[in-house]
Write a new protein. Structure first.
Length: 711
């Protein structure tokens, strides 16, 4: 039987630490509740002469909360002993300069009568507004938090709860969490490794690992269970050992492990893994030990490249408790290698036979296929054609007469640009968009060819699909899937009927276009850089799904080559990476810069360049406005305040990181996708009722992308 009270939770946290013990009780009775907390966290009771308690035996809905507040906590609430007076809760920090975060949880636990209203305002430290007009939902949790670290000149905090004029009932509070910020002596874990560990966690459903929250390696004292890390001076922390022994893993061995490039030891023993031993282990140059024993469903065939590492004694592989030996000659091959060699031989024979028949079948077609069309004299693209072979694949080639037919002689115009005009068309009972390249277009045959060949081999749900192309004499056309809602810029400006994109629409568009861009960077072989990411090149489906378009300026990189290539600068003013413009060195971080500008457009609905503003470029303007500490001043006013404040701060901070002048300081697109997914989740939770509200005052808090969460 738990004492009816408000519970105060004090926990060790990612960059947060318990610095003191709360004991707001007028008796010596002190209760710790952790058995019912899924994260084994300590909750202590709060009672004093100014407070009384109310409770319910009914279940309180916490399903949409991120904070996993136990039922024994949320079913109990404190209210002021004197209902007509403001109610205060206070505490003092050990160190006056310490920063802290405050989380409060509310749920109505009384059955209200028809005319009953419980509504109150929350202020702190002499009247600074924290939240206004709060009405707790009946038997349903609502969580509210300071968005940024809070400080007080004397280390004292006093939160006051006051009834509004509409209220007939006093304020209540079910649970309170307070965290203090810890200075980290080590730099954060490399972001690619953080993303890899989060993916590993998700792939294998490792949510039961309580310690797998926050930074994997930092703080060192609270690094994730099963990890060992290195902490080089003035450099980010790196993961050097991963032990998932007996973690109930199933399925295949995820390729995300290969992203832990500094890994020395890997233990996946005593699990239920299946499938093949991946060849990527051989490419992990620092890996010295792999333990895969105790996985009865795993195919024990050792890839040849991995066997070479074993032979060179640079790596030890343990299968079923036995170390795989080195192989000095044919006669000494292990049974595993012998089986692999046999299978490889049979497979090679099948491939040779299949190739013979395919070549034999296709050869007559190749002999009769038409050669590259010749351009008419005087056409600007003729010189480009002479030095560039025609597009290899003819599978989707469409004649100019077919283009005339599908567009009904170019009857309906969808849009115009520097490349030419886009027309509506119909092909095989499906709507299409036909982009005709103008003879005066700056986009020549080289760009046309590059876009066709890219889209013929690249397929992703968030990249616009190529239905076909026309390369017929002087007539060049690209036939795309039809995108019913046009481009993002049109929708933001209100040119398509005046409908305002909701915050949820915008977050979904941001994450989907980011996923398309991340695929170009990491999913393509060779990787691609788009070079012209902007809102007019993000197209929307009938249901406002986003797809990235216009790949005429895209460039590829060697898979194992340098991460930069030298090119003639290309792109759109305002979106163009200043470092790329200055040096001519192109990398995927140039796309990240452009995408950061797109994110700022999505949030602000401001033009990228506006010479009437105090700061003409959107990056500079947003940075200037942020110095005033009020996120509302930069959010699109058309949203009428209907957005998640935490998500707004998160996406703005992410965008500003993307447009960092130094490419080395920008995140990779994989990290951008991860952060945007969190923004989507926050907005969905808000709309479903698990609303997380943040400080609306203008106190000068320090910017931080971290927020407390259970370890």
């Amino acid at each position: 039987m738990f004492l009816n009270s408000i519970f105060i939770k004090l926990i060790l946290q990612m960059i947060f630490e318990k610095k003191f013990i709360f004991k707001f009780s007028n008796t010596s009775l002190y209760i710790y509740l952790y058995e019912e907390d899924p994260n084994d966290q300590v909750w202590s009771p709060f009672l004093n002469t100014y407070t009384k308690t109310i409770s319910t035996d009914n279940h309180v809905d916490t399903s949409l909360s991120f904070y996993e507040v136990p039922q024994a906590v949320i079913r109990t609430a404190g209210v002021p002993a004197n209902a007509s007076e403001p109610w205060s809760i206070w505490w003092t920090l050990d160190e006056t300069t310490q920063l802290s975060y405050v989380y409060m949880h509310f749920a109505e636990v009384q059955t209200l009568k028809a005319n009953d209203i419980r509504e109150f305002n929350i202020t702190y430290n002499g009247g600074i507004r924290w939240y206004a007009w709060l009405r707790p939902e009946s038997l349903k949790i609502s969580s509210f938090a300071s968005r940024r670290a809070m400080s007080s000149p004397d280390g004292k905090f006093n939160f006051t709860f006051t009834m509004t004029g509409n209220s007939t009932l006093p304020p209540l509070l079910n649970a309170l969490e307070i965290y203090t910020v810890v200075d980290l002596l080590q730099l954060e874990t490399v972001k690619d490794e953080v993303s890899a560990m989060l993916n590993i966690k998700k792939t294998y459903g490792l949510n039961k690992k309580v310690s797998w929250q926050g930074e994997p390696c930092v703080p060192q004292l609270y690094r994730w269970e099963g990890l060992n890390c290195s902490y080089p001076d003035s450099e980010p922390s790196r993961i050097i050992s991963l032990n998932l022994n007996g973690s109930e893993l199933n399925g295949t061995i995820t390729s995300d492990i290969s992203k832990l490039t500094q890994l020395i030891e890997l233990d996946l023993s005593k699990n239920d893994l299946s499938g093949e031993i991946p060849a990527f282990f051989a490419d992990m140059k620092l890996l010295k030990l792999i333990n895969l024993s105790g996985n009865p469903k795993l195919n024990l065939t050792v890839p040849g490249s991995l066997q070479e590492r074993i032979n060179s004694k640079s790596l030890t592989l343990v299968l079923d408790g036995t170390t795989i030996p080195t192989v000095k000659g044919k006669s000494s091959k292990s049974p595993v290698v012998a089986i692999a060699a046999s299978v490889a031989g049979v497979f090679a024979l099948i491939v040779i036979v299949a190739t013979f028949f395919v070549v034999r079948k296709k050869k007559p077609e190749r002999n009769t296929a038409p050669g590259p069309p010749s351009a008419s004299p005087g056409v600007a693209k003729s010189e480009t054609r002479s030095s560039n072979p025609s597009i290899i694949s003819k599978d989707r080639r469409i004649t100019y007469s077919e283009v005339l037919k599908m567009t009904n002689n170019f009857e309906r115009v969808l849009g115009k640009g520097g490349f030419g005009t886009v027309y509506h068309g119909n092909l095989d009972d499906a709507q299409v968009a036909v982009k005709m390249l103008s003879h005066s277009s700056a986009q020549g045959y080289k760009e046309f060819k590059a876009e066709v060949e890219l889209l013929l081999r690249v397929h992703h749900r968030h990249l616009v699909g190529l239905v076909g192309y026309c390369d017929d004499g002087d007539n060049l056309a690209l036939i795309y899937e039809y995108m019913a809602n046009g481009d993002l810029r049109e929708n933001m400006s209100g040119k398509r009927g005046g409908n305002v994109l909701t915050w949820e629409n915008r977050m979904q568009i941001a994450v989907e276009s980011a996923q398309g861009l991340e695929y170009l960077h990491n999913g393509c072989r060779p990787p691609m850089v788009h070079r012209d990411v902007k809102t007019t090149n993000i197209l929307l489906t009938e249901r406002y799904g986003a797809k990235l378009a216009d790949f005429g300026l895209s460039r590829s990189f060697p898979i194992d080559g340098e991460c930069h290539v030298s090119t003639v600068v290309a792109g759109t003013p305002g979106y163009l990476d200043p470092e790329y413009y200055r040096t001519n060195w192109l990398s995927e971080k140039s796309d990240v810069y452009s995408f950061g500008v797109v994110l700022l457009e999505i949030v602000t609905n401001q033009p990228v360049i506006d010479k009437t503003r105090e700061r003409p470029h959107i990056n500079e303007w947003v940075g200037f406005m942020l110095t005033k500490g009020d996120i509302r001043s930069i959010i699109d006013p058309k949203l009428m305040g209907d957005y998640d404040t935490n998500g707004a701060w998160k996406i703005v901070e992410l965008a500003m990181a993307c447009v960092n002048p130094s490419s080395n300081q920008r995140p990779k697109m994989a990290h951008v996708v991860m952060e945007l997914n969190e923004c989507v989740a926050l907005e969905i939770a808000r709309r479903q009722g698990s609303q997380e509200m943040y400080s609306n005052n203008s106190v000068d808090f320090s910017l931080s992308e971290f927020a407390p969460g259970a370890r």
